[in-house]
Design a protein around this ligand. Structure first.
Ligand code: SF4
Length: 237
C-alpha cells in the first residue's frame, strides 16, 4: 500500500515549474528526516478523546506502560467514560489507577477536571473543546496540577488543536544538537517549533510522536548516534 503523504509535505510542495531555493528551517528538516525514516506513528493510543484526557494526566511522572495498566483497570470495569467518572468516588478512582503512581494526587486532578467540565460546560466535552484555542488553554492551565505539557497534550491529542507538545525528549534532542539551549523554557521552545511549522495539528501530532520514538530508541540518557536518523545533522563538541 502506498505510504500516506503527510500534510506538511503537501503544504511545502512547490507549484509546478517553480524551483524552491528557500532553505528550510531546522524544525522542518528534522521532521522530514524522522518521518521518512520512521513513517506515521498513529498517536495517541486511545479509543476516545476522554481516554486521551485521562491518559495525559496519568502519564505525569511515570512510564506509559504503567498508565496502560491503570487504563485497562478502568476499561475492564466500563469506567473509562466521562459519565462513569462523574459517578465514581475519588477514593475508588485512586485505588484503580494505583499502578500509574501518585494515584491520590492524580485522582484528585481527574476529579477536578471532570467537575470543572460539569460546572462550566454542562458536562459536555464537545462544548468544552469547541471553545477558542487560547481560552481553552488558559482554562486548563488554571486547574491545579495541570502544567503546559499535560494541557498541550490534551489540546493536541484530544481536542485536535494546533499546540506543539514539549517534553524532556524534545529538549534533549534539540539541545544536544545545540539548536536550542538545554535550559530553554517551555513556552520559548514551543514557540521555536510553532514559528517554523504550519499551524497544523496533524503535523504536530506526528512530530511529537516521532521525537518520543527517536529518544526512546536512540537519544537516551547516553546518546547512541550510530543508527539514529538524525546523525546526518552535525553534533557540535
Ligand atoms: S542520538 Fe545522537 S544523532 Fe540521534 S538525536 Fe540524539 S544526539 Fe542526535
Amino acid at each position: 500500500m502506498a505510504q500516506r503523504k503527510h500534510p506538511l509535505y503537501l503544504k511545502q510542495e512547490p507549484k509546478p515549474g517553480v524551483q524552491r531555493f528557500i532553505p528550510q528551517p531546522i524544525a522542518i528538516k528534522v521532521f522530514e528526516t524522522l518521518y521518512k525514516h520512521f513513517g506515521p506513528q498513529g498517536w495517541w493510543p486511545a479509543q476516545s478523546p476522554f481516554e486521551v484526557v485521562v491518559g495525559a494526566i496519568l502519564t505525569q511522572n511515570t512510564a506509559w506502560r504503567n498508565v496502560e495498566i491503570a487504563l485497562e483497570a478502568l476499561r475492564s470495569r466500563n469506567l473509562l467514560s466521562y459519565e462513569a467518572f462523574t459517578k465514581l468516588p475519588e477514593s475508588k478512582l485512586a485505588r484503580l489507577i494505583r499502578p500509574s503512581g501518585f494515584f491520590n494526587l492524580k485522582a484528585r486532578r481527574l476529579k477536578t477536571l471532570t467537575r470543572f467540565i460539569e460546572t462550566e460546560y454542562r458536562g459536555s466535552l464537545d462544548l468544552f473543546f469547541s471553545k477558542a484555542d487560547e481560552t481553552l488553554r488558559n482554562q486548563l492551565l488554571s486547574l491545579k496540577g495541570l502544567g503546559p505539557e499535560t494541557v498541550d497534550s490534551i489540546l493536541l491529542y484530544a481536542a485536535g488543536k494546533p499546540y506543539f507538545v514539549i517534553d524532556a525528549y524534545t529538549r534533549r534532542i534539540f539541545s544536544r544538537h545545540q539548536w536550542v539551549a538545554p535550559d530553554i523554557g517551555y513556552d520559548t521552545l514551543q514557540q521555536f517549533f510553532m514559528s517554523q511549522l504550519p499551524p497544523d495539528s496533524q503535523t504536530y501530532n506526528e512530530y511529537h510522536a516521532l521525537i518520543v520514538k527517536t529518544a526512546k530508541l536512540h537519544c537516551k540518557k547516553k546518546a547512541n548516534c550510530q543508527d539514529c536518523p538524525l546523525n546526518i545533522f552535525p553534533i557540535p563538541d
